[in-house]
Design a protein around this ligand. Structure first.
Ligand SMILES: Cc1cc2nc3c(=O)[nH]c(=O)nc-3n(C[C@H](O)[C@H](O)[C@H](O)COP(=O)(O)O)c2cc1C
Length: 191
């Protein structure tokens, strides 16, 4: 087999083995430098006009509760969700040893504003694949609020930044079944 095909098969296995999961060893911390390496992978995502829109903030230990409380307080301040949803938010980031908030910078140009989010989303996929290669479980979640003022401040993001994903990270303890994907359909027009 030629080495290009072998590389593709290896990459393909990595892509297919990535799962959205929080089944992790709660007692084993995820080293900060490893998370920084994953964030480094995100910066190799394609990015139109090289706007470098990604922002990263890692929460571990008591920081995770601070993130939850800050998010829940913002939900309260802005009237988002009911009391039970807010109470759940206060502790939800404790579910894995580390939580990575990934933000996205704005752009005055409407198309670049949209494309910034595309670049950050592509960067997040790099993070998830890198995490999978390391044996880390990862879970991409969308926060209740994408521009919660106090959370943006806590993360040291800009006031006009958006949160694209909150990524739960921890050492995987179990393989998870993959949700089936729909049958592939690729249109080919050759003339
Ligand atoms: C942009 C984005 C946001 C997501 N947000 C959530 C979320 O808030 N809650 C959740 O349970 N899953 C969330 N997911 C994960 C999907 O549910 C998951 O990818 C899907 O079930 C397929 O499972 P798999 O990733 O293991 O293949 C999100 C995925 C993406 C791409």
């Amino acid at each position: 087999m030629d080495s290009g095909r072998a590389d593709f098969d290896e990459f393909s296995n990595l892509v297919r083995s990535r799962r959205t999961s929080m089944i992790v060893d709660q007692t084993r911390p995820v080293p900060l430098d490893l998370i920084a390496d994953l964030c480094g992978l995100a910066t190799w995502a394609p990015n139109h006009k090289k706007t470098w829109p990604w922002r990263f903030a890692v929460f571990s230990g008591d920081g995770r509760a601070t993130l939850g409380d800050t998010m829940a307080d913002e939900m309260e301040r802005t009237g988002f969700g009911d009391e039970s949803k807010r109470t759940k938010t206060r502790t939800k980031y404790l579910r894995t040893p580390a939580t990575l908030v990934v933000g996205c910078g704005p752009d005055d140009n409407e198309m670049l504003h949209i494309e910034n989010r595309d670049a950050v989303a592509a960067g997040i996929q790099n993070i998830l694949l890198g995490a999978t290669a390391l044996g880390l479980a990862s879970f991409w979640s969308t926060p209740a609020l994408t521009q919660p003022r106090a959370v943006l401040d806590l993360c040291e993001f800009g006031a006009d930044d958006r949160i694209v994903g909150i990524i739960y990270l921890g050492w995987a303890t179990q393989e998870c079944a993959a949700p089936e994907r729909p049958q592939l359909r690729v249109i080919h027009v050759a003339s």
